[in-house]
Design a protein around this ligand. Sequence first.
Ligand code: UT7
Length: 340
Amino acid sequence: MGIRIIGTGSYLPPKVVTNDDIAKSLDTTDEWIFSHTGIHSRHVAEAGESTSTMAAKAAQRAMDAAGVKPEEIGLIVLATSTPDYNPFPSTACVVQGILGCTNAGAFDLQAACAGFIYALEQARGFVNFYPDKKALVIGAESLTRILDWSDRASCILFGDGAGAVVLANDEPPGVASLKTKAHTLLCADGKGAGFISRTGGTKDALPINPDTGVPMKGTPLLPELTLQGHDVFAFAVRTLSKVSRDLCELLGTKPEELDRVFAHQANARIIEATARRMKLPLEKFWLNLDTTANTSAASIPISLDQAVRAGQLVDGMKIVMVGFGAGLTFGGTYCVWPEL
Ligand code: UT7
């Protein structure tokens, strides 16, 4: 009984780009990339694919797994930093149209790589108040389309893909909210906004025509991704272990009682350092970024789906999902699978 994940799905585009492929045109090697990140290859969306099409495929698989029809979905929350359009219409609306979820409201949520944790919490609130409806929570990204492919320090890190879950509630309104309110931590630190950022928004004013006083069409600059790798690394290790420990403390459990940790897949060294800090064996952490690289908001739901389909995430397991990303954002959710 309660609010639970009743189906998972994921989609990775078929095209694979290996480190060796990248090394053909950049001064890098498979050895450097793998030893510094744990990444060997990444999936890349090709022509005809985009964040919405990948999201729709992952969501359809999650609905199939849950045995849910499109009309039963009351809300679609889609976490992404790489929407089809910039910024409207939302990619969630495009997905709603593709899937035929005619009874669903739909919106995008931008919390970078922690986006899925934030989106899950929004959807949990929704099914808590509308227990007769289901919610689709999706993380989907086409990060390879916003990278500077001449910057070896950042382009090697990211990949494309989508993951989704269906949430349902089989308890009356009110009961679930009392039971689950301490299960999630959503956090931010705007002082670190410069650690990972991308230009191309409305931060800078257009030049003003001195004769008319009216803004002129600006010269479009190519958006730039800025990444302070060392700062992000330190922040990630600190927050992943702190959020996981704080969640355990809130719930009166101990980290060593966790069966699995689904941490955002940014860098295997970040996950290894987190495991050391939490004094947990690395085997408890889901690791797939050797073949997916960092898929930002999609990384946690892709991991969940892979674990479910591999029989590695089964009912009753105590898990923590924990993420961090640009913003800075970070947060986590504790659950006794599949109950949130
Ligand atoms: O979802 C959040 C997104 N952001 C992240 O996850 C980033 C977190 N940070 C990291 O993962 C790591 O900081 C990186 C993988 C980005 C960098 O690893 P690092 O061990 O911190 O390397 P570094 O930045 O200290 O660079 C060491 C050297 C530099 O050369 P010099 O100045 O020592 O001569 C870099 O120019 O490695 C060089 N380098 C490379 N060499 C070969 C940087 N990128 C590459 C490359 N291939 N791809």
